[in-house]
Design a protein around this ligand. Structure first.
Ligand code: DGY
Length: 308
C-alpha cells in the first residue's frame, strides 16, 4: 500500500483516541479502523471531503455508523470469512473449558499448588457427549462451531433470523428453533454467535436468560452487548445458570469486578476478546483490507462492501 498511499500507521497498536480519529478523518482518503475505534455519526460528520473509504480491519462492523457513512458517500468494507475458523476454535475451547473445569484444574497446579492427588469424586465436570448445544446465530461462525461440536457428540440446535438450507441442516444434523425462548429453555449449552446489530442488542435479556436451565452453560464469542451482562452476573451469582465462558463484554475493555469475582471460582471463564487472535488470521485480515482498498480505487465494487 505504501506504493499507492502515503500511510500513517498506528505502529504501537494502541486504541486510537478521539482526537487522533478526528485528525485521521480530517486528512485521510482511507481510514482503516479496528473494532476498538468508534466510527460514530459525529466522527463521520467531522470527516473531510477526501475520506472515501472506511476499510475496517475487522469482521464485525458494529463500531461503524454505516448509515452515516453511506449518507456522506463514504464506502465501508470489513474482513469477513478469515476469522471464522479461529473464532469457532475459541468458542469450542470455551464450550470445553467451562463444563470440564479446565481453568479451575489448571489453577490447582499453579506455583502455590496444593494438590493431594487423584480422587474419584474430585474435579468432576459435565460430559459434553449427548448434551444439547443451542447456537444463537447460524451464520459462518455458528456453522463452524456446529461442525466442531458435532464431532464432540453434542446435538446441534439453532435459532437464526432465517432457517439455513436443508443441505446445511442435514450435514450438521441441526434442529431449527423458530422460538429463541423455547430453545433457551431446553439446551444444556448456549453459544452466542450472532452479529451485534440494533436487533441483537440484549437479545439475551434478563427475561430470556431466566429461561435457561440451572444446569446450563452460556458461551459468548460474538459481542458483549448481545447479552444483558448485569442480568447474567446476577443469574450466575444466584446459581440460576451453571457457568459461562465469555470472550467479549458489554463495556470492553472494562470488566465488571463482579464478573472477575465469579471467575475466581472457575464456573466462569473469561478471555480478553481473543477469539480471532491468530497470526494467520490477522495476516489474512490485512490482505482483505488491501484487496478492498485496491478494488475501490480501481473503480470496482470492493468484495467486502458493507451496506447500511
Ligand atoms: C472482529 O473483527 O469483529 C472481531 O471481533 C475481532 O476479534
Amino acid at each position: 500500500m505504501r506504493e499507492l498511499f502515503e500511510t500513517d500507521l498506528n505502529i504501537d497498536d494502541h486504541p486510537m483516541s478521539s482526537a487522533e480519529l478526528v485528525d485521521a478523518v480530517g486528512k485521510a482518503d482511507v481510514l482503516v479502523p479496528t473494532v476498538t475505534d468508534r466510527i460514530d455519526a459525529s466522527l463521520i460528520a467531522a470527516a473531510g471531503p477526501q475520506l472515501k473509504l472506511i476499510a475496517s480491519f475487522s469482521n464485525g462492523f458494529d463500531h461503524i455508523d454505516v448509515e452515516s457513512a453511506s449518507a456522506r458517500g463514504i464506502a465501508v468494507t470489513n474482513t469477513p470469512g478469515v476469522l471464522t475458523q479461529d473464532t469457532a476454535d475459541m468458542t469450542m475451547a470455551l464450550i470445553l473449558a467451562v463444563p470440564r473445569r479446565l481453568v479451575e484444574g489448571a489453577r490447582v497446579l499453579s506455583r502455590d499448588a496444593d494438590w493431594a492427588g487423584w480422587t474419584p469424586t474430585w474435579m468432576l465436570g459435565r460430559r459434553l457427549g449427548g448434551k444439547r448445544l443451542g447456537i444463537v446465530g447460524m451464520g459462518r461462525i455458528g456453522q463452524a462451531v456446529a461442525r466442531r461440536a458435532k464431532a464432540f457428540g453434542l446435538s446441534i440446535h439453532y435459532h437464526n433470523r432465517h432457517r439455513v438450507s436443508a443441505a446445511i441442516e442435514n450435514e450438521l444434523e441441526a434442529t431449527y428453533w423458530d422460538s429463541l425462548d423455547q430453545m433457551l429453555a431446553r439446551m444444556d449449552i448456549i453459544s452466542v454467535n450472532c452479529p451485534r446489530t440494533p436487533g441483537t442488542y440484549h437479545l439475551l435479556s434478563e427475561r430470556r436468560l431466566k429461561l435457561m436451565r440451572p444446569e446450563a452453560y452460556l458461551v459468548n464469542t460474538s459481542r458483549g452487548e448481545v447479552i444483558d451482562e448485569s442480568a447474567l452476573i446476577r443469574l450466575l451469582d444466584s446459581g440460576a445458570i451453571a457457568g459461562a465462558g465469555l470472550d467479549v463484554f458489554e463495556h470492553e475493555p472494562m470488566i465488571s469486578p463482579k464478573l472477575l469475582r465469579l471467575a475466581e471460582n472457575g464456573r466462569v471463564v473469561l478471555l480478553p476478546h481473543m477469539g480471532s487472535a491468530t497470526i494467520e488470521g490477522r495476516l489474512e485480515m490485512g490482505e482483505k483490507v488491501l484487496i478492498n482498498i485496491r478494488a475501490f480505487f480501481d473503480g470496482h465494487r470492493p468484495p467486502d462492501r458493507v451496506l447500511p
